[in-house]
Ligand binder design. Structure first.
Ligand code: SAM
Ligand code: SF4
Length: 472
């Protein structure tokens, strides 16, 4: 199957560039009463309007910024609890027809070693990830005729088919170029979780500069990419912006307008939002001189603002960020993080000294999955590998956690405990096991006595006796 034919006839941008610029200009120095009112609106579980997001963005008084951050922490605690879902990225191939100036896979980068995993190599990668305890993956692909919908479908099927020891992959998400509707339908039939496409920048003139050629150079094809996914029946989609290409203030407003577009067109918002900052990429001048570099101060603030603005979505934070930053912003309501990630193609199975040369960019957090789980548990979080909603057909789990009273208590916390316990029994080092068990104990202690707790205790016993994949 060749790359999809691009047809953008009749498509229009739903990103109102001038309005965004107007709002950002006209909400400068907001009054503290207004800022507090907006935080309170979010805490009452309502999505904010663009005008309100702009006010939060323009809040500069450090005390008020701290109130925004505290609002995000409160929202997380009240709505989502202390669970953090863990996943790993798996790079399938770095062939690419595009020339994104910030990416190590870009066509004009002659330094990179091009590599696409064979099905056997993919099997070995999956086994290596299962050996470490992973259950949730995101498969990542360059954009190339080799990586057509059939190929993506087949690689997803392969990922689900590999079982090593107690290991299995229970959810496969995708980060790949947007397809046409037929392509999305085929990929959906493989049983994918979320399909992620990052817009990179919502600012069209910047978009055109950083995507000079290839399929990705068409702004409208990309902007409407996930609409095609929706129409093909994929309602679990992830949006994102690559921070540093244009002003972050504009980009987060773009993410909000994209969200509103989905709400208005399909009746549901995105499942997840990602907000990666640009990392160094091989031979990329842009990554050496990032045009709109986002400081740590702005980054932590913008994560809190995103949390408050779209309180019902999952927020994803990756190993591109340092441990210090990850620890700070996880508390603002990040729901998923990757751990033990390696983004070289073929990097998990082999100790291939060349695999770094096949990487797209450089990661800042190099801790193992085991280390991350131990540290999260020690800090009072509940690491989770839960995939229950997706597997019983409860799509849009973040929205349900958010909207249905008692959902987290009834489903998410018990499922997180059971999947963490599996990990602790099958893969953890003694130190992590101790920390994890302590956390499970304190979760149980906090649960009200009664039938639900008794049932969970029975399931815990079953896991300890070797049963796997028990969920609510
Ligand atoms: N090729 C597909 C695409 O471009 O949509 C999907 C995979 S691409 C490898 C995944 C994401 O990596 C991109 O959407 C981009 O946001 C991010 N990325 C690219 N270069 C990066 C860099 N230097 N630092 C951080 N993230 C980067
Ligand atoms: Fe290719 Fe995606 Fe990298 Fe662009 S970001 S060069 S499309 S892999």
């Amino acid at each position: 199957m060749p790359l999809p034919e691009i047809n953008t006839d009749g498509l229009k941008s739903f990103i109102p560039t001038e309005k965004i610029e107007f709002l950002l200009k006209n909400t400068a120095n907001p009054d503290k009463k207004l800022v507090r009112k907006i935080i309170a609106k979010s805490l009452s579980k309502q999505r904010l309007e663009p005008e309100e997001m702009a006010v939060l963005i323009n809040t500069a008084d450090p005390k008020l910024v701290e109130e925004i951050k505290q609002g995000a922490r409160d929202l997380k605690t009240n709505v989502y609890g202390n669970r953090i879902v863990l996943f790993a990225p798996l790079y399938i191939g770095n062939e690419c027809v595009n020339d994104c100036t910030y990416c190590g896979f870009r066509k004009s980068n002659t330094e990179t070693l091009r590599k696409t995993l064979t099905m056997d190599e993919l099997g070995a990668e999956i086994e290596a990830l299962e050996d470490r305890g992973h259950k949730r993956l995101i498969l990542v692909y360059g954009e190339h005729p080799m990586y057509d919908a059939q190929f993506i479908h087949d690689t997803v099927k392969k990922a689900y088919s590999v079982h090593k020891g107690q290991g299995e992959i229970r959810r496969v998400n995708i980060n790949a170029a947007p397809l046409d509707e037929e392509g999305f339908k085929l990929v959906k039939s493989a049983g994918i979780g979320t399909y992620q496409v990052f817009m990179e920048t919502y600012h069209e003139p910047t978009y055109k500069t950083v995507h000079p050629s290839g399929l990705k150079s068409d702004y409208l094809w990309r902007l409407h990419g996930l609409d095609r996914a929706f129409r093909a029946g994929i309602d679990d989609i992830g949006i994102g912006a690559l921070l540093g290409l244009h002003d972050w203030k504009f980009e987060v407003m773009g993410l909000l307008y994209h969200t509103i577009h989905f709400e208005e067109t399909f009746g549901v918002g995105p499942h997840t939002i990602s907000f990666p900052r640009i990392e160094p990429a091989q031979g990329s001048e842009l990554t050496e001189n990032i045009p709109y570099k986002v400081s740590d101060e702005d980054f932590t603030k913008l994560v809190a603002i995103l949390r408050l603005t779209v309180p019902y979505t999952g927020l994803i934070l990756t190993c591109r960020e340092s441990v210090k930053i990850r620890n700070e912003v996880i508390a603002f309501g990040v729901s998923q993080i990757d751990a033990g990630s390696d983004i070289g193609v073929g990097a998990y199975a082999t100790l291939d000294p060349e695999s770094a040369k096949k990487s797209q960019f450089v990661l800042a957090d190099g801790r193992s999955l085991d280390q991350v789980i131990g540290e999260l548990a020690y800090a009072g979080y509940l690491p989770s590998f839960c995939t229950a909603c997706y597997r019983v057909g409860r799509t849009g789990e973040h929205f349900m956690e958010f909207a249905i009273p008692g959902f987290v208590k009834r489903y998410c916390t018990p499922n997180a405990i059971l999947t963490l316990l599996e990990y602790l029994n099958d893969y953890a080092t003694p130190d992590t096991r101790e920390k994890g068990l302590k956390q499970i104990k304190s979760e149980l202690k906090a649960m009200a006595e009664g039938e639900a707790k008794n049932l969970l205790t029975e399931k815990i016993d079953a896991v300890n006796n070797g049963k796997r994949d028990l969920y609510y």
